[in-house]
Design a protein. Structure first.
Length: 608
């Protein structure tokens, strides 16, 4: 996600801003920029690429004199990485500059409204709509204009704002995207997270939702949405800089697991309008969707696992015949593709070599391609005919969690959109699915709060040699991801098996005390999975079951049961995976493994 810094004080702002942005580089970004008031006007310099490019452009800040400014590292969500799309974004006469982290969900509506009033937009970003809307509402009082804008925009945002005719102030505002403020000897600061300002002060204010901060070099005043001053307590940060990068979590993986409620919400909400799925990024018409003969999902690793889940959803909900392939197989097996087929490519990084090769093969054969990607402007995103972005922000840990969860959301949304276009579901059914989807973030949050219980259970298995995961249907797909999470970070051998397949060989491996994780969320398959649990139990296995709340009879069969909240059968993967992620994480931590950077693995496998 993006990084924000702001400063006002006695010292030159530009070098302070650049230094603060350096501390936020770990968050991942593709462009950077700063705005400084030079005594007469707001000077803005910004560039695509690494911070070094900006440092060279500004001679390390030397050619941008001034004691008040804002800075930004951008992780692109709307609009490719470019100089123009970099922040700060500004209004037409550069008297207002804005840096933003988050997603303005209704930016297109705001952009259309202001364009109709004669405003000219120069970037592809959602953030520019904030800068222009501030201009539209501004009549000399920054706080009033900011409040009006906050009443109008929807989505998640943390904002840093400069007004040229108020050069003795920096403004900040926040909804859902973290933002902190701090007072030091040399002035006042804002930042996306404490990492950027720890060297100046360890006493920070966490700006709360729908609060506005006004920074002067003497201090900070906070306001609510009624423009009334708000008293806030500062918090003392005793983390070191390294811990601060992880937001106080021990590992990026744990931090990213806890970001999943927000990631799921960020990926879903802009695509749900009044109970219906509206995917603006999808150029395909209803006719195109109705003409899809077959869906070929192609990916690697966890991205592939989302495809295994999605196959059941596309086929059962949208009645589209669906194949799922590991990209390294697809690209060499000369697949039979029909001109009316759709190849659906899934990739967090957008750079996985096998997946990119599979995309190119489909295009060579003249087959329409749609990619679900997290990194904006990545090779797969650029080369696919269509792209649907997951808005998970940068994922630092090698083992994917939040991007995986966001990919599942994109599948569900596409399946609902396809099913509607093909007349397979009614309006009421669509609204019911959407209602269930909208509950997922809170349900994930609740499951994450289970971590102590799972940590305790996981500690019993840090010495395990083999751990099996079984399930049927979507539960099998969940088992695959649960197994991969465990083995890739704890190095314990693990396999996922269709529960009905065990008796065809693998069950011979089950010994006294072997841990078998049985996923049983699919109601129509529940009795069958229970019988598989009994099978392995009679061979001495210790069974951890993951099932729906209310299925308490499971306690008669399994040794340890984790319940997930009730949701639609198609969406249980998004919930059941949470305890399995936590289990894998705590086993790996218990073993002292390098959780964020497991041996032999890379975050993006850009070679064959
Ligand atoms: C998952 O935890 C692994 N990091 C790996 O399986 C990953 O999902 C796979 O390499 C695909 O990466 P991509 O989504 O960036 O294409």
């Amino acid at each position: 996600m993006c990084g924000i810094v702001g400063y006002i004080g006695d010292d030159q702002a530009a070098p302070i801003l650049l230094d603060g942005l350096e501390k936020l580089e770990y968050r991942g970004y593709d462009s950077a920029g700063i705005a400084v008031f030079d005594g007469k006007q707001i000077e803005i310099k910004k560039a695509k690429g690494r911070l070094k490019v900006l440092e060279e452009l500004t001679h390390d800040g030397a050619n941008m004199p001034g004691v008040v400014g804002i800075g930004h590292t951008r992780w692109a969500t709307h609009g490719e990485p470019s100089d123009i799309n970099a922040h700060p974004q500004y209004n037409k006469d550069k008297t207002i500059a804005v840096v933003h982290n988050g997603i303005i969900e209704n930016y297109q509506k705001i952009k259309d409204k202001l364009t109709a009033k004669g405003y000219k937009f120069i970037s592809e970003t959602d953030t520019e709509s904030v800068a222009q809307l501030l201009d539209y509402y501004y009549e000399g009082n920054p706080l009033e204009a900011i409040i009006k804008v906050m009443q109008r925009i929807e989505g998640s945002y943390s904002l840093g704002i400069l007004f040229a005719d108020h050069p003795d102030k920096v403004y900040a505002a926040r909804k859902d995207s973290p933002l902190v403020a701090g007072i030091a000897d040399d002035g006042s600061y804002i930042a996306s997270d404490v990492t950027a300002i720890l060297k100046h002060t360890r006493d920070v204010y966490y700006i709360d939702n729908q609060e506005i901060a006004c920074l002067t070099k003497e201090g900070i005043t906070f306001f609510n949405m009624d423009g009334e001053p708000v008293q806030k307590e500062s918090k003392h940060i005793d983390w070191d800089a390294n811990a601060a990068e992880k937001g106080g979590y021990e590992h990026f993986m744990l931090k990213e697991m806890y970001e999943q409620p927000k990631t799921v919400r960020d990926t879903m909400s802009p695509r749900i309008r009044k109970g219906h799925v509206v995917i603006d990024d999808l150029k395909m018409s209803d006719d195109d969707i109705r003409n899809i003969g077959r869906l070929h999902i192609v990916a690697c690793g966890s991205a592939y696992h989302t495809g295994v889940t999605a196959k059941y959803v596309y086929e059962e909900m949208a009645r589209i015949p669906t194949d799922v392939d590991v990209a390294s197989e697809f690209r060499y097996r000369d697949p039979i593709l029909d001109k009316n087929d759709l190849v659906l490519i899934i990739s967090q990084s957008g750079e996985t070599a096998d997946t990119l090769a599979a995309l190119r093969l489909a295009k060579e054969k003249g087959i329409r391609t749609l990619a679900i990607v997290n990194v904006v402007g990545s090779s797969i995103a650029r080369e696919a005919d269509e792209v649907m972005y997951t808005w998970a922000g940068p994922e630092i840990a090698v083992a994917t969690t939040k991007a995986y969860s966001a990919q599942l959301i994109c599948h569900y949304l596409l399946a609902i959109r396809f099913a509607r276009a093909r007349g397979e579901i009614t309006d009421e059914q669509e609204q019911a699915y959407v209602a269930d989807l909208e509950k997922l973030p809170d349900q994930i949050d609740m499951l994450l709060n289970n971590k102590k219980k799972i940590q305790k259970f996981a500690n019993r298995y840090i010495g395990a040699k083999d751990i099996f995961f079984i399930g049927r249907g979507i539960d099998y797909a969940i088992s695959m991801e649960g197994s991969l999470k465990l083995k890739e970070i704890s190095y314990i051998h693990s396999e996922a098996y269709p529960a009905g397949e065990l008796k065809h060989g693998t069950i011979s491996l089950i010994e006294d005390g072997t841990l078998v994780a049985a996923i049983a969320t699919q109601k129509k398959l529940y009795p069958k999975t229970v019988s598989n649990i009994v099978e392995v139990k009679t061979r001495g296995a210790f069974v951890l079951a993951v099932t729906n709340e209310g299925d308490t009879d499971m306690e008669e069969h399994a040794d340890y049961v984790i319940y997930i909240p009730q949701t639609n059968q198609y969406f249980t993967n998004s919930l059941a995976i949470i305890p399995l992620q936590l289990f894998a994480y705590y086993v790996a931590v218990g073993k002292g493994c390098d959780v964020d950077k497991p041996r032999n693995l890379a975050k993006s496998v850009t070679v064959e």
